[in-house]
Design a protein around this ligand. Structure first.
Ligand SMILES: [Zn+2]
Length: 193
């Protein structure tokens, strides 16, 4: 995928529509890498800075920020894989809770609705905004439809709009078709029956 496509988050396998409302921020963050073909925006500080700028979360990077951002991104991906029927990863929960503490997320009660606000600065605050968005989606139920594609080289985050929330692959044609004959599909079918 082109770097610009990762920055804009306008290109989606299977022509799926992005996640609704604010949840698209979380999806876009998980999708800052094309794991199969590259690039990974978090391979260098400029990539993360550019992405944060586009998302109106501008921050100057300090040492260690990018590594922490990557850890949060991959923890979110693990949770989205669990939304898709993969085993839960307790380390992912720890990573998200650690990042939330670092962001110093605090409840706020403005007239337009209760929310969590990061009291930290810089990248920690930007990560806090992403985590606060995920938190809200977990409460309103929209979270369960945000899934990561289980093909090992893919992991793309997609929003499942199917009637029964039964979609597995980011794209039936790309990922679904490639693994259908393989071991993953047999294991998955065995688990379903
Ligand atoms: Zn996929």
């Amino acid at each position: 995928m082109e770097r610009e496509a990762l920055l804009s988050h306008l290109v989606h396998p299977g022509d799926r529509a992005p996640a609704p409302g604010a949840l698209e921020l979380v999806q876009a963050f998980v999708n800052t890498v094309d794991r199969e073909h590259g690039p990974d925006l978090l391979d260098d500080d400029a990539g993360l800075e550019d992405w944060l700028e586009r998302r109106m979360l501008p921050a100057d990077l300090a040492p260690g920020d990018r590594e922490r951002a990557r850890a949060v991104r991959e923890a979110l991906r693990a949770v989205l894989l669990a939304n898709n029927g993969e085993p839960r990863d307790p380390a992912a929960q720890d990573a998200l809770e650690r990042a939330a503490r670092r962001a110093r997320l605090e409840p706020a009660f403005p007239p337009d609705g209760a929310t969590l606000v990061p009291r930290a600065d810089g990248v920690d605050a930007a990560l806090g905004r992403i985590l606060a968005t995920a938190f809200t989606a977990m409460l309103d139920g929209s979270w369960a439809r945000l899934k990561a594609c289980p093909r090992d080289v893919c992991g793309w985050a997609f929003y499942d709009r199917s009637t029964n929330a039964s979609a597995t692959w980011c794209s039936m044609r790309v990922c679904g078709g490639r693994v259908k004959a393989g071991a993953y599909y047999r294991r998955r079918r065995a688990a379903d029956h």
